[in-house]
Design a protein around this ligand. Structure first.
Ligand code: S3P
Length: 179
């Protein structure tokens, strides 16, 4: 990839941002960077502990700072955002300024299947049911729609084929822009 363009993956928890991000980064020859992992490394504690000890507001501040920093950097990368990063207009602006934003869309059932195995999602700690996920997803749909330049339906697809689909769409967009 040339220039400082990055690709940001957005989508609800458990839609596969991290696994698809790794496959897409490999396909594009850049690094995959997970905003949540950077926050955890810097804070020296897990996202769950940040929520428990300082509340969601503090986590969102850290998320905003991290997104702003990554998006203004020179390194081309695949940025895997946290599922709630799109709630903030400033984050969406930063993502869009840095390059295309890809929404990995998934059904509540497939999201539930993934995150019920993993468990560690503080936002859903009081109700990891398909109904709860569906309600939260529904409430956030306008935010994902606002952020997205490209929408990919992920159900029933493996991370490599999703990454291939995204890489092709990005290449097509670049060609069209260069014309
Ligand atoms: C959140 C999603 C999580 C993490 C935090 C809040 C959310 O990221 O940022 O627990 O509000 O949807 P993942 O989407 O990577 O699970």
């Amino acid at each position: 990839m040339s220039g400082k363009t990055m690709v940001t993956l957005v989508g609800f928890m458990g839609c596969g941002k991290t696994t698809v991000g790794a496959a897409l980064a490999a396909a594009l020859g850049v690094r995959a960077v997970d905003a949540d992992r950077i926050i955890e490394e810097r804070e020296g504690r897990s996202i769950t502990r940040i929520f428990e000890e300082d509340g969601e507001g503090r986590f969102r501040d850290l998320e905003r700072e991290t997104v702003a920093e990554l998006c203004s950097g020179e390194e081309p990368m695949v940025l895997c955002s946290g599922g709630g990063a799109v709630l903030d207009d400033g984050n969406i602006d930063n993502f869009k300024k840095a390059g295309p934003v890809v929404w990995l869309r998934a059904t509540p059932e497939s999201i539930w299947r993934r995150i019920s195995e993993e468990g560690n999602r503080p936002v859903l700690k009081n109700g990891m049911t398909v109904e709860n996920i569906a309600a939260r997803l529904e409430a956030r749909l306008p935010r994902y729609r606002k952020a997205a330049d490209i929408i990919i339906d992920t159900d029933g697809k493996d991370p490599e084929s999703i990454a291939g689909e995204i890489a092709k769409l990005i290449a097509d967009r670049r060609q069209a822009a260069a014309r």
